[in-house]
Design a protein around this ligand. Structure first.
Ligand SMILES: [Zn+2]
Length: 292
């Protein structure tokens, strides 16, 4: 599942083509991947309001102002007509393709936008998602997106401060791994990067979160920032489906020190890496480098 580095790399790889582009047309081939989270008020009558037309909700006629990310979610923000929030789930992708690329059967392309870039160049942005755990949410503006979705997320892991890490962990006695996966405490980390971060900071994933000492907090905070930064530079990790806007897989997979390496020797001390199960997630640790 794409985590913060994949979504941030994707955001950067889309930015030059999308920002300033005009959305000429938008089509949903599968409407059930879209949640219209932006009712329009009913004129002259009370009631819940009416959902906007699909094309309008998907920014048709608008110009793209900016792309923002919070945790594992990406928002495409229009200058006037609204906001689209994309969650890639397990297998979602946002890809840039040529303006006349057709949708072939079984390519799992669910939504398409026809764009005219700042330089007049035309192209399409497509959302494909074979397993359909992802989706698109539409909102009238960023304030509503914040209220409905992003306010539930903790501080973003890429820019989190040491005091914020301390504050998040102090609030729970759950295992450290479980706490770091909780998006409401810290936003953006998933199974891959939590294992890598805990190994790099020498912390055992089953240690209670509120028992992380002040001395351990510094290495943990530095590992979060450093590993995410390195992974973004390398284009993220690809386990199955992740690819950036040009279809390129992430190159960070080859640099994993523990994730996916159970039974192999630790790169630090040569001890055989162990596999555990924490919060229903496969977890890999070095029993020597990460004492409990
Ligand atoms: Zn080791």
């Amino acid at each position: 599942m794409p985590e913060l580095p994949e979504i941030e790399h994707l955001r950067r790889s889309l930015e030059s083509s999308l920002v300033g582009a005009k959305v000429r047309r938008a089509v949903a081939h599968r409407r059930d991947v879209i949640r219209l989270g932006r009712p329009f008020p009913n004129k002259g009558s009370k009631g819940p309001g009416r959902a906007p037309a699909m094309g309008t909700a998907l920014l048709r006629g608008d110009r793209i102002d900016r792309l923002e990310r919070r945790g594992k979610q990406l928002a495409i923000i229009g200058r006037s007509a609204g906001v689209i929030c994309v969650h890639l789930g397990m297998s979602g992708q946002l890809r840039l393709v040529g303006p006349r690329t057709r949708v072939e059967p079984n390519t799992h392309i669910h939504v398409r936008w026809w764009l005219e870039g700042k330089d007049g160049r035309e192209g399409q942005l497509v959302f494909r998602d074979p397993r359909r755990f992802g989706g698109i949410w539409t909102f009238p503006d960023q304030a509503v997106l914040d209220e409905k979705r992003w306010s539930r997320l903790g501080p973003d892991a890429l820019t989190i401060r040491r005091a914020e890490v301390a504050n998040a962990l102090r609030r729970t006695s759950r295992p450290l791994k479980t706490a770091l996966l909780d998006q409401s405490l810290i936003a953006g980390l998933g199974n891959i990067y939590v294992d890598e971060i805990l190994f790099r900071s020498g912390l055992h994933p089953q240690r209670r979160a509120n028992r992380v000492s002040d001395d351990q907090l510094g290495p943990l905070h530095r590992s979060i920032r450093r590993i995410l930064g390195e992974a973004i530079e390398a284009g993220g990790s690809t386990l199955r489906d992740y690819a950036d806007s040009r279809g390129r897989p992430g190159r960070y997979t080859a640099r994993h020190l523990v994730y996916g390496r159970a039974g192999l020797p630790c790169r630090n001390c040569r001890t055989s890496l162990e596999q555990l199960r924490i919060a229903q997630r496969t977890t890999v640790v070095c029993p020597r480098c990460q004492p409990i």
